[in-house]
Every structure is written in C-alpha cells, then in structure tokens.
Design a protein around this ligand. Structure first.
Ligand SMILES: N[C@@H](CCC(=O)N[C@@H](CS)C(=O)NCC(=O)O)C(=O)O
Length: 207
C-alpha cells in the first residue's frame, strides 16, 4: 500500500504524522506551506479540493478529515495501539466520538482563539477570541478532570486521542491561551512529548 500525507509543520496534521510513526507505516510526507496559502492553490486543490491538511492519499485515493484518517490507519494494522482494543460496538463508537469531539468541538475553538479573523467580517475580533476562550476553558476543564488521576485519556494506556488533545492545548498555548489553571494538562504534555513516535513526528515536521 502506498501512502502519501500532505501536512504542514505545527498544524493538526502533526497528529496524523504521529499516528503513522506510531504504527511504523511507510509514508511519503509532502509539506504544504500554509503561510503562503499553498493549500488554496489550484495545484493543491486538485489533490484536496477542501484546501486543508491533513490529506492522505492511499493507493491514489484521497481521504480527508483527521478522525477518518486516524480510524483508517488504525484499521490497517492488526495490533495497532492508536486506540484500545475492543470488540464492543458501543466502546468502538465512543473512541470515534472522542476523536470527533477533538476535531469538531475543541479544534474549532482553538481556531477561534488563534485565527479569529476567519470567523468574522469585522475588524474587531475580540468577541470571537473571547467566545473561543470560554469554550476552550470548558473543554479543557473536562480534560483536566479526566487526567487528574490518570496518565492518559483512556487510563493507563497511551492513545492517539492523547496526541489530538495535546495538539489542541499546545496550539492554544502558542496562540496566547494560558494553561496555568490546568496542571494535569501540563504534566500530560510532558508524557505525550516523551513518546518516541512524537519525537519522530517532530523531526519530520522540522525537516
Ligand atoms: N476538519 C478538518 C480540519 C483540518 C484543518 O482545519 N486544517 C488546518 C490546519 S490545522 C488547515 O488546513 N488550515 C488551512 C486553512 O484553513 O486555510 C480535519 O479534521 O482534518
């Protein structure tokens, strides 16, 4: 199987790279320069009409949306550690739900804080940032409670949900959102970053 991933350093595609590295799948990584708007060019839209990263090409077929890509990668490897093993259909649906919560609730609020100009026609973006901050505080409180007495989102085992959550709070941090009220998240950050697959992801994003 030939895999190609379109990614941008620092973007949510880092979660996808982390998953590929954790699984040890061979992948051709192709960098897209978001700062110059490469994602909106005709050439890139021929690859991904949505003009975003991540975009995975699997044997010449396009797959977009991080949760869908992560679930697909998980399904490719028999002993995948991306999510805990289960035969229970409800539990499997909960894993999908957690990934979708990251992508459709937490990530958009991160964007409201970090890129408010995308969400208003007004010059003044204060309101968008404030609403984003309020939402993030409520989401990160949920995560903080969950990680207060356990190392990982699912207890004692790392999963790709931890990496997705990590991307959300560290992206918010880089956008000026303080994590000082979230000590469990700050400890979680150290654990996520110590994982070898995270280190390999960073080396790929930095090259
Ligand atoms: N719903 C998409 C969102 C992807 C997304 O927002 N990617 C950002 C980078 S984190 C992007 O490509 N931004 C460029 C742009 O919006 O122009 C997913 O879950 O994969």
């Amino acid at each position: 199987m030939a895999l190609v991933l379109y990614y941008a350093p620092g973007a949510c595609s880092g979660v996808t790279i982390n998953a590929l590295e954790e699984l040890g799948l061979d992948c051709d990584y192709r960098k897209i320069d978001l700062s110059s708007g490469e994602q909106k060019t005709e050439a890139y839209r021929k690859i991904n009409p949505y003009g975003k990263v991540p975009a995975l090409i699997s044997d010449d077929k396009l797959l977009t949306e991080n949760p869908a890509i992560l679930l697909y990668l998980h399904s490719l490897v028999a002993d995948s550690t991306l999510l805990p093993k289960t035969d229970d259909k409800y539990q499997a649906a909960l894993y999908s739900s957690d990934l979708m919560w990251m992508s459709s609730s937490v990530h958009p609020s991160v964007r409201h804080v970090c890129m408010p100009m995308y969400y208003t026609l007004n010059q003044d973006t204060t309101d968008v940032v404030e609403k984003g901050r309020q939402s993030l505080t409520s989401y990160f409180n949920i995560a903080e409670k969950r990680l207060h007495n356990q190392a990982w989102w699912y207890g004692s085992k790392w999963s790709i949900v931890d990496v997705y959550l990590h991307w959300c709070y560290t992206r918010a941090l880089r956008g000026g959102y303080s994590l000082s009220d979230f000590p469990a998240l700050l400890e979680h950050q150290q654990r996520v970053e110590a994982r070898p697959s995270f280190q390999r992801r960073k080396a790929i994003e930095n090259r």
